[in-house]
Design a protein around this ligand. Structure first.
Ligand code: HAM
Length: 449
C-alpha cells in the first residue's frame, strides 16, 4: 500500500467506529447519571477569549504558559494584532463565563451543568496524552456545602462503575485551603527554599518563581527529598477549611466511597480553593489521571461576577476508553446488521428499495446491495457484514410475489410471501431488539438539545 499523502496532525487521532462504540457507551452513562442528579447539558464555544483561560486557569500554569492553541485569522494577521482567542483547553472557565453572561445567578441555586466535547492542549504527545481529546465535565455552581462535593464525587463514581472501570481507580483527595492560605503557604515555601535553589532540578527552580505549589506534586526525586523537611500545607490551613474537609470525608464515609487523603495533591490549575480530588490509576498513579476536579470559589468573582462558589470535575474520555479495554470490557452497541437485502434485475431492485425503507422504519438495521453484482457476490458481502438474515429477491420471486429469507448462521433458507417479509423478520428478531424511537422521545430530545 502506498503511503498516504496526509495524516492526522501530531497529537490528534481519528475516532474510528470501533472506538465510538466505547465513547457512545461512556456518553450514555454520563448523560444518564447527570440527569439523575439534576444536571442540564451546556455547550460552550470551542474557542473563547484567551484572557478567560489566562486569568481563570492561571498565567503560570503549564496549560496556559505552554499548551494554549491560539486562534487567529488571515484578517488579524494582516492587522498584525496578537491572537485574541484560544481553543478551550478545558470547560470550567467557559462555563463560568457563560454563567455570568446569561445571568444564571437568577436561577434556583445551585446550577448544575454538564458538557461533553473536545478540548485542546498543545502538550508533548505520549500515551494517553493528546493535543485534541474529549472530556466530560460537570459543574455545580452557586452553593457551597461539603455535601455538594460528596454528591458530585458519588455521581462520578457511579459513572466509573457503570463503565466498569471503578475497580482500577483510586480517589485521591485533599484540601488546599482558601486563596489567603495558599498565599501564606506559598511564601513559606519560597522562604524555605532560599539558599536551597541550587539543589532543585531546573524545572522546579523555575516553578519556585512562577508556581511554587506545583513543587508539591513534582515528579523529581530531589525535590521530594527536600520537601520532607519543608513546611506542610496543613500548617497553613484555616479552621474553616479543616472543618470543611473533615465533614466532606465523613460524608464520603457515609456514602461508602473509598478515598486516599493525599496532602501532595494540588492539581495544575490556579482556580482551585479547598477541595481538590483526582481519580488515579491504581497501578501507575498520578501520571495519567482519568479525571480530576475541585472547588473554585473565587473564579466567578475573578471574571467580574458576584462572589459565587463552585465545584466541578472533568474526566478524560480517551483514558476511560483505554481503561475499559484494559479491563476487557466490551462496550454494548447497536451497530449489528440485522438484514442484508440482495436483489437481481431492475424490477427487483425497485421493490428492494421499498423493502429496505420499510424495514428501517420498523427499526431493523438493514443494508442493501443495490449495485449490479451477482447474487453470489452479494451473499459473500452479507457474510462479511455479519448480517443475521438475508432477503433475496430475484426476477422469479418478483413474478411470483415471493422472497427468499436466509438465516446466515444456520445456513438455511425458506421461500416466504413478499408481503410478509417485514413481519417475518420482526418476528425472528423479536420486537425488543428493534431500534426504534417514538415521536415522544424525539420531542424530548429536541427540547433538551
Ligand atoms: P484536568 O485535570 O486538567 O482538569 O483534566 C481533566 C482530565 O482530562 C484529566 O484527568 C485527563 O483524564 C484528561 N486530560 C487532560 N489533558 C489531556 C490530554 N492532553 N490528553 C488526554 N486527556 C487529557 C480540568 O480540565 C478541570 N477543568 C476539571 C474541573 C472541572 N475542575 C473543576 N471543574
Amino acid at each position: 500500500m502506498s503511503q498516504p499523502q496526509f495524516r492526522t496532525p501530531k497529537g490528534t487521532h481519528d475516532v474510528l467506529p470501533e472506538d465510538h462504540q466505547y465513547m457512545t457507551y461512556i456518553k450514555k452513562a454520563v448523560r444518564h447519571r447527570a440527569r439523575q442528579a439534576g444536571f442540564r447539558r451546556i455547550d460552550t464555544p470551542m474557542y473563547e477569549n484567551k484572557a478567560i483561560f489566562e486569568r481563570g486557569i492561571g498565567e503560570h500554569t503549564d496549560i496556559v504558559e505552554k499548551e494554549l492553541f491560539l486562534v487567529t485569522s488571515k484578517q488579524r494577521e494582516a492587522e498584525e494584532k496578537e491572537a485574541e482567542f484560544a481553543l478551550r483547553p478545558e470547560f470550567t472557565a467557559g462555563i463560568c463565563r457563560s454563567y455570568i453572561e446569561h445571568g444564571m445567578q437568577q436561577l434556583p441555586q445551585p446550577v448544575e451543568l454538564y458538557a461533553i466535547g473536545q478540548c485542546f492542549r498543545h502538550d508533548r504527545p505520549q500515551k494517553g496524552r493528546y493535543r485534541q481529546f474529549h472530556q466530560f465535565d460537570m459543574e455545580v455552581i452557586g452553593l457551597k456545602d461539603p455535601s455538594i462535593d460528596a454528591q458530585l464525587i458519588q455521581v462520578i463514581m457511579n459513572i466509573f462503575k457503570d463503565i466498569r472501570i471503578a475497580d482500577r481507580l483510586q480517589l485521591h483527595i485533599n484540601n488546599i485551603g482558601t486563596a489567603e492560605n495558599r498565599v501564606a503557604y506559598t511564601e513559606a515555601l519560597k522562604d524555605f527554599f532560599i539558599g536551597k535553589e541550587r539543589n532543585l532540578p531546573e524545572i522546579d527552580r523555575d516553578r519556585l518563581t512562577t508556581n511554587p505549589l506545583r513543587l508539591l506534586d513534582s515528579k523529581e526525586e530531589d525535590t521530594q527529598i527536600l520537601l520532607k523537611s519543608a513546611p506542610t500545607f496543613e500548617q497553613f490551613l484555616d479552621e474553616e477549611s479543616k472543618a470543611y474537609h473533615k465533614t466532606l470525608l465523613e460524608y464520603l464515609d457515609t456514602l461508602d466511597i473509598e478515598y486516599i487523603e493525599n496532602p501532595k495533591l494540588v492539581r495544575g490549575l490556579d482556580y482551585y480553593t479547598q477541595t481538590v480530588f483526582e481519580f488515579q490509576d491504581k497501578e501507575t498513579g498520578a501520571q495519567n489521571a482519568v479525571g480530576g476536579g475541585g472547588r473554585y470559589d473565587g473564579l466567578i468573582e475573578l471574571f467580574g461576577g458576584q462572589p459565587t462558589p463552585g465545584v466541578g470535575f472533568a474526566g478524560g474520555i480517551e483514558r476511560m476508553v483505554w481503561h475499559m479495554k484494559q479491563a476487557g470490557v466490551k462496550a454494548p452497541h447497536k451497530d449489528q446488521v440485522d438484514v442484508f437485502v440482495a436483489q437481481l434485475g431492475p424490477e427487483a431492485k425497485k421493490e428492494c428499495l421499498k423493502l429496505i425503507t420499510g424495514l428501517r422504519d420498523k427499526g431493523v438495521h438493514t443494508l442493501g446491495a443495490l449495485g449490479e453484482a451477482s447474487l453470489k457476490s452479494q451473499m459473500r458481502l452479507a457474510d462479511k457484514f455479519e448480517a443475521r438474515y438475508t432477503l433475496l429477491l430475484g426476477k422469479m420471486e418478483v413474478k411470483t410475489g415471493t422472497i427468499i429469507l436466509r438465516d446466515m448462521a444456520a445456513g438455511k433458507q425458506q421461500e416466504i410471501k413478499y408481503k410478509d417479509a417485514i413481519s417475518k423478520v420482526i418476528e425472528l428478531l423479536g420486537k425488543d431488539n428493534l431500534d426504534t424511537y417514538t415521536i415522544r422521545d424525539r420531542f424530548v430530545e429536541v427540547d433538551e438539545d
